[in-house]
Design a protein around this ligand. Structure first.
Ligand code: AMP
Length: 125
């Protein structure tokens, strides 16, 4: 965390192992865990260990290499867990459904070759 005054986000508390989660991938800078409220047969949250970037736009501007690393981990998870076709969603702003202001991607898909994702996994709008 870059700012010592910032309250840890729920994801930082998962990273610190203060809150349990099913962690499916971890690198020096990135961590991924199963979403607690899955909206697809495979639904994994991929986030940065540093909570300084609130959303993907801030991350792209501030550390594009870290964004590329996050996407690479997301792709690896999709290769391992889905049929190879998947959604990679960055909700950006509360009105778009963002509830945790610590940049993260949702990897959503299915391992079944014939499955087609429903619109539900895009959110309520
Ligand atoms: P967003 O609404 O785009 O900010 O995404 C936040 C996601 O984090 C939601 O899909 C939540 O279900 C998920 N989430 C919140 N708390 C936890 C938790 N403790 N473990 C796993 N996923 C969580």
């Amino acid at each position: 965390m870059s700012s010592t005054s910032a309250q840890p986000t729920i994801f930082s508390r998962i990273i610190a192992r203060e809150i349990p989660a099913t962690i499916v991938a971890e690198t020096e800078n990135i961590i991924a865990f199963l979403d607690i409220a899955p909206k697809a047969p495979v639904h994994v949250v991929v986030t940065t260990k540093d909570q300084q970037y609130r959303n993907v736009v801030e991350l792209a501007a501030g550390n594009p290499a870290l964004l590329a690393e996050l996407v690479a981990v997301a792709e690896q998870i999709a290769v391992e867990r889905t049929n190879g076709q998947f959604r990679l969603v960055f909700n950006t702003g509360a009105a778009a459904g963002q509830t945790v202001f610590h940049v993260h991607a949702h990897v959503m898909g299915s391992p079944e070759p014939a499955d087609v994702l429903g619109e539900d996994s895009l959110g309520a709008l």
